[in-house]
Design a protein around this ligand. Structure first.
Ligand SMILES: [Zn+2]
Length: 415
């Protein structure tokens, strides 16, 4: 608890000014139960979006970010980030992920067929689909991603702009989008547009995070981020699609298909009329109570996990005192900052961050300089702490590869 409080104090907790309340896309309700406010620890934007509100719709139980920054401001943040994000990534999907998506599309509507991907990023999936015989079109709001798609895959039909403004007379047999819906300000408009672009016999295929799956983890904060507005579950996405006039959906949960372990894949075809989702009052009440219970359990687990992390750091401090050299925290994201807050800065040693993120290298985070991992051996560290709940094994391998002795490497989360 103490570590979390310090981490929160560190971020300044500026008041949430200039935020807007978005209506619930599922039930159109405007009443929300605020559940928790999290500090935003993304160093790229934390001064602009100091905190993230997690709320539950009183009408239908949808978990969402409310209030949130207005759309125009979010678009400016994305525009500022896009060059870094696009430059720092090789391909937007792994080959396995892309092939898994292709297999799902082939099952839904084999070629010859027209396929549209909304939010096609660097075009990696479109290229696979085109090679499989689809006639493909992509639409992508990020100019940097469009430019990358055109340079990586010359000849691919990628149109730069928002899906809201996309026009096409001929229609598509498959419209797909992958991890887009949770970012969209008007998801009902988005799915209605998806439906409107489908030809007779066509189908939509999309992927998004499943809140019921990631809220069972201790560290799911990368999902409760300022960029994610809606936290759908299997049940709420089914209700929502019914209201957007899609027929019964086919859902696939976590499996080998995705490098994002907490996603769900949805296949849906238009229906004639809107399916009414929740109609009984009693069921709505229980959906809301279930969401609140889910979130409370998640935040309680997270605090326990952070307290355990702070305890481990305190146990390491005596070991550090007996060795010369600075302490290096590998990972300048949220986890590394929690470490600092847990008292590492008070060891009397120099503390440095290192990070694989090129946008962070050469900057400082909370006043602590961030190095490239290649610079770590030169620092002659007394201890390097792998501070990532997701990439700990990779970090340890990388450090060993750089010649850091195993006895000087500590894992923050690993068992
Ligand atoms: Zn609602």
């Amino acid at each position: 608890m103490a570590a979390l409080r310090r981490a929160q104090a560190m971020t300044g907790r500026l008041p949430s000014t200039g935020k807007v309340w978005l209506p619930c896309p599922v039930c159109a309700g405007r009443g929300f139960e605020p559940c928790r406010t999290l500090p935003n620890l993304d160093p790229n934007v934390d001064a602009e979006v100091p905190e993230i509100a997690v709320s539950v719709c009183r009408g239908c139980g949808l978990i969402c970010q409310n209030p949130c920054v207005p759309r125009a401001r979010m678009e400016r943040l994305y525009a500022r980030l896009e060059d870094k994000v696009t430059a720092g990534r090789s391909e937007s999907v792994t080959e396995a992920e892309g092939l898994g998506r292709l297999e799902a599309v082939l099952r839904l509507h084999p070629p010859p067929a027209r396929l549209l991907e909304a939010g096609c990023s660097d075009g990696a999936f479109l290229r696979l689909a085109e090679d499989a015989g689809y006639r493909v079109v992509g639409v992508e709001p990020s100019r940097a991603s469009c430019a990358k798609a055109r340079s990586l895959h010359p000849g691919l039909d990628v149109r730069c702009g928002f899906f809201d403004d996309f026009k096409d007379e001929a229609g598509f047999d498959v419209v797909c989008h992958f991890f887009v819906l949770e970012h969209v300000y008007d998801p009902k408009g988005f799915l209605t547009r998806t439906r409107g672009l489908l030809r007779a016999g066509g189908a939509a295929l999309f992927e998004l995070p499943d809140v019921e799956s990631y809220a069972r983890l201790p560290f799911a904060n990368s999902y409760f981020t300022y960029q994610h507005l809606w936290h759908f579950s299997r049940s709420s996405i089914n209700d929502f699609l019914g209201k957007c006039r899609f027929g019964p959906i086919r859902l696939a949960g976590r499996s080998a298909w995705s490098s994002r372990p907490y996603g769900m894949r949805v296949a849906a075809r238009p229906s004639g009329a809107s399916r009414s989702g929740r109609t009984e009052d009693g069921r709505e009440e229980s959906a809301r109570a279930r969401s609140v219970r889910l979130l409370n359990a998640y935040f309680a687990r997270r605090e326990d996990a952070l307290e355990a992390v702070a305890g481990r750091v305190r146990a390491w401090l005596p070991r550090v005192r007996r060795r010369p050299g600075p302490v290096v925290i590998f990972g300048a994201g949220e986890n590394g900052r929690i470490l600092l807050a847990a008292g590492l800065a008070k060891t009397g040693r120099d503390v440095f961050f290192c990070d694989n993120g090129r946008d962070l290298q050469g900057t400082s985070v909370d006043g602590v300089p961030v190095f490239s991992p290649d610079g770590v051996p030169g620092l002659k560290p007394s201890l390097v702490i792998a501070a990532s709940s997701d990439y700990e094994d990779d970090i340890v391998r990388q450090l060993l590869g750089l010649g850091i002795n195993r006895s000087r490497i500590a894992r923050l989360y690993g068992c």
